[in-house]
Every structure is written in structure tokens, then in C-alpha cells.
Ligand binder design. Structure first.
Ligand code: SF4
Ligand code: MG
Length: 336
């Protein structure tokens, strides 16, 4: 089949000294071969914990407490740590926000990239070195011929980020999970890296999960978007569904928060949806967005809404989508 990853009813908690923080509270998601999926949401929405769970990279006190993670037909939940190590950086590779988590500080940058290339492509050492230089050039490292023998600490933060991306792409993985891969980079490099990810997908059929708080970034790469909040999926749909026909008030708020082109350089901009995410130590009984939602009704505080399937691939969890809900212009007024 075309299905590469199928996550069902994923639940992940952090067992802290003050209690159980229910970070992921039942997430279903899938990705097909060659598809690019965006997961968006504010920090604390559960988007990074979802990807760390899929990679089985959660550290204590984090623990997957339920669900299924099928990758290429195999259940990752039953893999040993050793088997997972074989899958990571081979079939699934990950780009983190913090490059030091995947670059080894004691090896030269070039050697680390060459190792990934040699492992996955049938190239000689000198060909791999050429390829590593080419990869470093692709991600925007200036004069890569002279930088390839540097150690990670000799690179700036932005350059380390780009080197890590070069390394992740060199593996030619089936699935690339990128968590805020371009957040720390300037707009030009950011565009180049997104372009590189698109190219990888076109050329090798790599599936991509792009995790970000920035809806503008997903539009460049992804065809489908999942919007997360409070450890749950609020809305899922095609890029067009999410941008032009959003149904969930949280998605509407995110779209309104996309900066204008002229403001793009301003990365420190404040998040414009007032209020903060729910406390997942004591998750709300009803809709997690209720405390911040302009349209919240009594039932929203009492009961979590079910998903309404607006169309074949478009679903959202909001009481406004219930047939008896009052009509709100620009939200649910077009729904029968
Ligand atoms: Fe707002 Fe209620 Fe919909 Fe939640 S369920 S997003 S509180 S209207
Ligand atoms: Mg994160």
C-alpha cells in the first residue's frame, strides 16, 4: 500500500513529581509514501511530543501509555532500542530544533555527513567527500571545501543547523521528520532548505513530516496539515481546506496570526491569540480551546466535541460543527 506511517490513538504522558501531564491524549495520524504532512500548533500543543513518541525518543519521565505506531507495516512499539537505532537515521531521520542533539561534537562535520552518505549510497570515500561538500553547499554553508574538516563547535549555531540538515538529507530516509527546522535561520536560507526538502521528496519519494508553529512555512512544503492543541488534533485537512476553509476557531486564529511578508523578518512577534494553552496536568473536561475561544458555549466547557467530517479528508473537533449549533458568519455559516 501507499501508507508509510499509521499512528492510532497515541497517548503519551509525563509522570512528573506533581502528577501525570497528559501531553498527547489520543492522536490518529497517517502519512503516505511521498507525502508531506505539516503538524502545526503553539509550543505545548503536543506536536513535538508526537514526533518524539513516533521515533521512540522520549526521555523519562515521558512514556507512551497507549496506541499503535505502524511504520511500513511494522509496529514500532514492539521494537527494541537497538532495532530503533537501526531505523533512526536510516529509514526515518529527524531534524531537531537543537542541532547539538544529532551532531557528534567529537567528530568533524564532514566525516559525519560522509558516514551517512557511505552508509546509504554506493560511493567511494572521495566521491562521498565530494557529495558532502555539495550537500554543505546546498544548505548554504559558505566555502564548504574549507569548512568540511571543522568540528561542530567551530560552526555558528545557524551553520550547525544547516550541517545537521545536510546530514539528515544525506541518509536519503523514507521518512524525514523536521521539527522547526528553519526557525533559527534567516529567510533566504529558510527558503533554500524548504526547497531542498521539496526536492528530496520529488527525487526520492521521501515522506516528510514538518512540525512548526508557522503556518506560512507548511504551505511551502506540505499538501496536508494537522492542527494540534492541548494534546489533541483540532483540525485536519488539505492545505486549501486549512487556509481557505478553516472550520476550527483555533485554526482561524492561527491563520490570522500569519505575519505579512513585510513582517517576516520579525521572528520575535507576539502570538496574537490571547491567553495560554491548557494545563495538561489537569486537562479541561471539554474543548481544550474553550478558555480562549471567542465562540465558546456552555457545552464546550462540559464535553469534548467529536470530529465532524466536513469533507472526505477534512475533519475538525468543534461544537460549532454540530447540526444544532448557532451559525457564526465566517466559521460555520456555510455548513448545513
Ligand atoms: Fe470554541 Fe467550543 Fe469550538 Fe472549542 S468546541 S473551539 S470552545 S466553539
Ligand atoms: Mg517543539
Amino acid at each position: 500500500s501507499d501508507r508509510l506511517l499509521d499512528v492510532k490513538d497515541l497517548r503519551t504522558s509525563f509522570f512528573t513529581h506533581v502528577g501525570e501531564v497528559k501531553a498527547i491524549r489520543g492522536v490518529d495520524l497517517h502519512i503516505d509514501k511521498g507525502e508531506a504532512l505539516g503538524i502545526v500548533g503553539e509550543s505545548g500543543s503536543g506536536k513535538s511530543v508526537t514526533s518524539m513518541s513516533v521515533m521512540r525518543l522520549l526521555q523519562k519521565p515521558g512514556k507512551i501509555i497507549g496506541g499503535e505506531i505502524l511504520f511500513d507495516g511494522e509496529d514500532l512499539m514492539n521494537k527494541t532500542e537497538k532495532e530503533m537505532q537501526g531505523i533512526r537515521g536510516n529509514d526515518i531521520s529527524m531534524i531537531f530544533q537543537d542541532p547539538m542533539t544529532s551532531l557528534n561534537p567529537v567528530y568533524k562535520i564532514g566525516d559525519q555527513i560522509m558516514e551517512a552518505i557511505i552508509k546509504h549510497q554506493n560511493l567511494s570515500k572521495s566521491e562521498a567527500r565530494e557529495k558532502a561538500i555539495e550537500m554543505l553547499k546546498l544548505v548554504g554553508i559558505p566555502s564548504p571545501e574549507s569548512r568540511i574538516d571543522n568540528y561542530p563547535h567551530e560552526f555558528s549555531g545557524g551553520m550547525r543547523q544547516r550541517a545537521m540538515i545536510a546530514m539528515a538529507l544525506s541518509c536519503e530516509p523514507q521518512l524525514l521528520i523536521a521539527d522547526e527546522p528553519t526557525t533559527a535561520l534567516d529567510v533566504t536560507i529558510q527558503a533554500q532548505i524548504l526547497e531542498l526538502m521539496n526536492d528530496l521528496r520529488d527525487r526520492l519519494g521521501t515522506s516528510i513530516i514538518l512540525i512548526t508553529h508557522d503556518l506560512g512555512v507548511v504551505a511551502d512544503v506540505c499538501s496536508r496539515i494537522i492542527v494540534m492543541y492541548g494534546g489533541l488534533i483540532m483540525e485536519e485537512g488539505s492545505v486549501d481546506d486549512i487556509f481557505y476553509r478553516p472550520k476550527h476557531p483555533y485554526t482561524l486564529g492561527l491563520i490570522k496570526s500569519i505575519p505579512k511578508i513585510s513582517e517576516k523578518e520579525n521572528k520575535e512577534r507576539l502570538y496574537p491569540i490571547p491567553g495560554s494553552p491548557p494545563d495538561l496536568l489537569n486537562p479541561p473536561k471539554g474543548c481544550p480551546f474553550a478558555a480562549r475561544c471567542d465562540y465558546a458555549m456552555k457545552i464546550c466547557m462540559q464535553q469534548m466535541p467529536e470530529y465532524t467530517h466536513v469533507s472526505d479528508k477534512h475533519r475538525a473537533a468543534c461544537w460549532l460543527l454540530h447540526p444544532d449549533a448557532p451559525k457564526v458568519e465566517g466559521v460555520n455559516s456555510d455548513i448545513k
